[in-house]
Design a protein around this ligand. Structure first.
Ligand code: FEO
Ligand code: CA
Ligand code: CA
Ligand code: CA
Length: 596
């Protein structure tokens, strides 16, 4: 291609101009079609979306709010038919419900939540599994009578599995066995396993809990490390399990990796405690040379850690059922990045090193329930908010998105900028290109931000245009050709004159560090879930919270109202609110995305 000839880039497409307006934009020659919006019907019997008369019952049959992770599981090997798996991370009440926020004479009034509203919020959380197929015109559409279609919500019964299942710290008045829990919350990124199950990562669980622990409660330090109770949502006023004064162990049942068997719509999702408990960003996986499966896990908090989990058993490509409990047994490791560019994966195993009764760990269950404290004691490297971590199977490498950390006072080798406002990307090179290795090397692929501002210290290649740089890497994908795509969260128009989007990032040869803008979101949105299909003819992306005013008001963004929104994406209809939506990007006339 022309691009390759010029700079050795693995990508070829006309770059989008960075900027900000009410609509989304994709590279010329491509279509970006809205596939699923908040409130869209998922079943033949789903009610039509009515934003002025929403109910929890309707919401349980409709697409949920704030789509984040997107996965695609092909059905019967087809490239034009499959199950779309989408996380619904959280809800923005001020954007969802008319009349929640009013401003009179500069005075902001927020209407108190009531029980019905809380139940809608709970039903808008969780995930969606829905069959989609390509029609004769080559466009994706939802199959309303798909037999595997299901909604997962904050009330869906789930099983707790692995070393922490049944432990006394997991038991509650509603569940004296410590093995059954209702629902999953704040599912950020995730993954599709090699055996075709859907992983939902529970991230910012703290905001759903309120109340005060009884004085001197044994979980006080555990909860403080996770910011519990965060009291962002009012759920605890209507449901005792979200009030820690009433059910003090309930938060121990959240903050896990959840696995869903999407081929059986009645399957009970499993919380896999072997993968640890923290603010799980996602869980992208790869089959190692010896058949064990490796999951990369970020803990998205300033100064928290990068983890990986290696299954004890081996993946069996010929027997799906044999893989279904691989996530119950294995070793969880946390990363130490050394100054000389080497690294070590430190195992979190009860009884080894400091992880003993002397430090309050009586069992592996204790190590997993307080994963962060165990990792502190192992002296893992505190990072600048580890988000999605994406393995590149052919290269034996993995890319770590580190979104930002303005609170960092002192730089170190792996977090090389103090007051890191724009984040960076680390490339992990596992020893022997073996994903199960406990040692490796690492390099900084990119320091993000505007390269034209010297103080920022960005390291994009000189081939990168004024449109091509980005800050705040969040989610990532490696496509079938081994190429890296990065989506962002937080490129605010007021600071940078650009919205979030999807960037194509070269990792090989002379072009390494070159980035180009492929797609950008409407004002107020962030971009999540970049999911290329295996044949590279479709790129699914998730546009989250379009029209939101930012994070500086009550933790929920500035007040926005139906009457005063900067965009009405995607409907541009005065009777409709802004709606988070999944978008399918295809090439006009067909063909592989991003290639000449
Ligand atoms: Fe939900 Fe770390 O972003
Ligand atoms: Ca994220
Ligand atoms: Ca990813
Ligand atoms: Ca995000």
């Amino acid at each position: 291609s022309e691009a390759r000839a010029q700079g050795g880039s693995a990508f070829s497409f006309p770059e989008v101009e960075a900027g900000v307006d009410a609509d989304h934009h994709v590279a010329e020659g491509y279509d970006a079609d809205v596939l699923l919006r908040w409130g869209d019907r998922l079943f033949a019997d789903s009610p039509e979306f009515d934003p002025t008369a929403q109910t929890a019952e309707a919401q349980r049959r409709q697409f949920g709010y704030n789509n984040d992770f997107v996965g695609f599981v092909p059905l019967e090997g087809a490239t034009d038919r499959g199950l779309l798996c989408v996380n619904h991370e959280y809800t923005n009440e001020h954007l969802m419900f008319p009349g929640i926020v009013t401003v009179k004479d500069g005075e902001v009034t927020v209407k108190d939540a009531d029980g019905p509203r809380v139940d809608i919020e709970m039903a808008a959380h969780g995930g969606t599994v829905v069959e989609i197929r390509r029609n004769a015109a080559g466009k994706w559409e939802v199959v309303l009578d798909g037999p595997m279609n299901r909604r997962i919500t904050a009330d869906t019964p789930m099983e707790i599995r692995g070393p922490a299942a049944g432990h006394a710290r997991m038991q509650t008045p509603d569940d004296p066995t410590g093995t059954r829990v209702l629902g999953t919350i704040n599912n950020c990124a995730g993954g599709i396993t090699p055996w075709g199950t859907y992983i939902m990562a529970e991230e910012n669980i703290y905001g759903y809990f309120m109340g005060e622990l009884p004085a001197g409660h044994k979980e006080a330090a555990n909860y403080e490390r996770l910011g519990i109770p965060g009291s962002t949502y009012a759920w605890g006023r209507f449901h005792d399990r979200f009030d820690v004064s009433k059910q003090p162990n309930e938060p121990n049942r959240f903050g896990w990796i959840v696995e869903v068997d999407v081929m059986d719509p009645n399957s009970v999702p499993k919380k896999r405690t072997a993968l640890g408990r923290f603010k799980h960003e996602g869980a992208e996986s790869v089959v190692a040379k010896d058949g064990r499966v490796v999951f990369y896990l970020g803990d998205d908090e300033r100064f928290d850690y990068v983890y990986k989990f290696v299954t004890a058993g081996r993946f069996n490509p010929d027997d799906r059922a044999a893989n279904m409990d691989l996530l119950d047994e294995g070793t969880l490791y946390v990363a130490r990045f050394d100054e000389d560019g080497s690294m070590e994966w430190l195992p979190l195993i009860h009884g080894q090193g400091p992880l003993t009764a002397a430090n309050g760990f009586d069992s592996q269950a204790d190590v997993l329930i307080e994963t962060r404290r165990a990792a502190d004691l192992l002296e893992a490297t505190p990072m600048d908010r580890p988000e999605d971590i994406q393995p590149n199977p052919a290269a034996g490498r993995a890319y770590v998105m580190l979104t930002n950390n303005t609170k960092r006072e002192e730089a170190d080798a792996a977090n090389p900028r103090a007051k890191n406002a724009f984040g960076h990307i680390i490339e992990i090179i596992e020893d022997g290109q073996d994903f199960t290795a406990t040692t490796g090397r690492w390099e900084i692929l990119l320091q993000c931000g505007d390269p034209s501002v010297a103080e920022v210290g960005a390291t994009f290649s000189t081939e990168t245009t004024a449109n091509g740089w980005f800050g705040m890497p969040d989610n990532a994908a490696v496509d079938a050709e081994g190429r890296l795509w990065v989506s962002t969260d937080g490129n605010s128009p007021s600071d940078t004159g650009r919205t979030d989007g999807l960037w194509a990032v070269d990792t090989e040869g002379e072009a390494r560090g070159t980035s180009r803008l492929f797609y950008r979101v409407p004002v107020g949105a962030e971009l999540c879930g970049p999911c290329p299909t295996a044949d590279m003819t479709t790129f699914f992306v998730a546009v989250q919270h379009p029209g939101d005013g930012g994070e500086d008001w009550d933790g929920h963004g500035r007040p926005s109202f139906y009457e005063d929104l900067s965009t009405r994406w995607p409907d541009f209809d005065e009777a409709m609110p802004v709606r988070p939506a999944v978008v399918a990007i295809t090439r006009q006339g067909g063909g592989r995305i991003g290639s000449a």
